[in-house]
Write a protein that binds this ligand. Structure first.
Ligand code: ADP
Ligand code: MG
Length: 399
């Protein structure tokens, strides 16, 4: 689960991280009021969307101009004007994809006098099974680019969960950023604070880009991107409330209501599969035969007919889908349950695209019989290879 920058900053502030003063707003009038309260002389109007690269992004609408999603304002009036230009419009950044994201809230923040910009992030490192720090002097830039062009400018280390963060970790961060004296102390404290915030709230990633040194020698978290481990959200009711569903894919939200493992993709073939491994293999083989999957969907082991029906409805409601492949290897999952779920869904939503069904395993004969007798226009397949070729051929014929 992702949250907005202003929410991430409020959370980090609770743990003692240095952030600037700011107010989240939903209208130009609120922006004006917030700017007056903050007092200036410099403000920053920041689009709040779940994507980075806002500063260098561009709005689709001409009225918002080519100025990007993070703008410096020198007066209260300017704050209000920028807010009016950004709100309701669509911001396209390197992270949003070409469709962009609509800006519905802004963060009005006091402007900082920046002396230096750094990069600092924490993430769960699967190789060491630990929380890792990534530190670089190259702030405000795309870290992937830095890693590619100048890998020597990035320091990475992980923290032993038994001891937690220790003094030497803080000194490592300070040294990597070339900080001494009081700034080194601030860096040490920040290292502590960020590790505490990360572990206590079950974050999956915390990225500060940039972390800045101000002209009056303060370390400030100027941007913050946080995502939490969704599987741990049951432990954090307060954080779960920060979820902004308007930032998420509607199909994924619907799928999460039924506890389906569903991820929207951008291809044309809707897939309903049981088991993550078989789902991955299905996506691969569709690619192999020259089409692309519209989604990843694992209906799980003991899915009910209701769950299967919901899954099928989500797939058929997707306008991108030009063909559907049901690929079930029934172990715990029974083929007749799948068959009934598919038919129940088709009865309510209809079927406008070709459907290939491959069933194998527990109660396979019963499943096949249910589909045969339903009168549905289903293309049966014998194995994964056959099924993939058939759905790809049907979609290509229709296109
Ligand atoms: P994004 O990474 O999405 O582009 P940032 O929050 O990193 O958004 O903002 C982009 C740039 O704007 C920063 O690198 C920084 O130079 C500038 N900036 C952001 N917030 C402030 C602020 N409060 N005061 C001064 N400059 C800022
Ligand atoms: Mg940034």
């Amino acid at each position: 689960m992702n949250i907005h920058e202003y929410q991430a900053k409020a959370l980090l502030k609770k743990y003692g991280a240095p952030v600037s003063r700011g107010v989240a707003v939903f209208s130009p009038d609120e922006a004006e009021k917030a700017a007056a309260e903050l007092g200036g002389p410099l403000w920053v109007v920041k689009s709040q969307i779940h994507a980075g690269g806002r500063g260098k992004g561009k709005f689709k609408e001409a009225e918002a101009g080519e100025k990007g999603g993070v703008r410096l304002a020198k007066s209260v009036e300017e704050v209000k004007t920028f807010a009016g230009q950004m709100l309701g419009n669509t911001l396209v950044t390197i992270q949003t994809g070409p469709a962009g994201k609509q800006v519905n809230r802004l963060y009005i923040e006091e402007g900082s006098d920046i002396a230096k910009e750094f990069y600092l992030s924490l993430l769960v490192d699967r190789e060491t099974s630990r929380v890792a720090f990534v530190v670089s002097t190259e702030g405000g830039m795309d870290i992937e680019e830095v890693a590619h062009a100048t890998p020597e400018k990035i320091l990475t280390f992980s923290v032993d969960p038994v001891t937690g963060v220790q003094g030497f970790h803080g000194r490592k961060v300070a040294a990597a950023l070339g900080l001494t004296g009081d700034l080194a102390k601030q860096a040490s404290k920040l290292t502590d604070v960020l590790y505490s915030a990360f572990t206590a709230s079950d974050m999956a990633m915390l990225e500060i880009n940039p972390l800045i040194v101000t002209k009056d020698n303060r370390l400030v978290v100027l941007d913050a991107k946080v995502s939490f481990d969704s599987n741990a959200m049951y432990r954090h009711a307060d954080l779960a409330e920060l979820r902004d569903e308007s930032e998420e894919d509607a199909k994924e939200i619907e799928a999460s209501k039924y506890d389906l493992a569903y991820i929207a993709l951008d291809g044309t073939i809707g897939c309903m599969v049981n088991g993550a491994g078989l789902a991955m293999a299905t996506l691969d083989i569709i690619k192999l035969y020259g089409e692309s999957p519209a989604n990843f969907l694992d209906v799980g082991g003991g899915a009910s007919e209701e769950k299967v029906t919901a899954a099928f409805k989500i797939i058929t409601a997707d306008p991108q889908v030009q063909g559907i492949l049901v690929n079930i290897f029934g172990g715990i999952m029974k083929c007749d349950v799948i068959a009934r779920g598919v038919i129940a869904a088709v009865k309510t939503v209809g079927l406008q695209v070709p459907l290939v069904v491959r069933l194998e395993g527990t109660n396979v004969e019963e499943g096949k019989k249910i589909i045969r007798e339903s009168g549905l226009n289903v293309i049966p397949a014998d194995d994964l290879d056959d099924a993939a070729q058939k759905i790809v051929a049907s979609v290509k014929k229709g296109a």
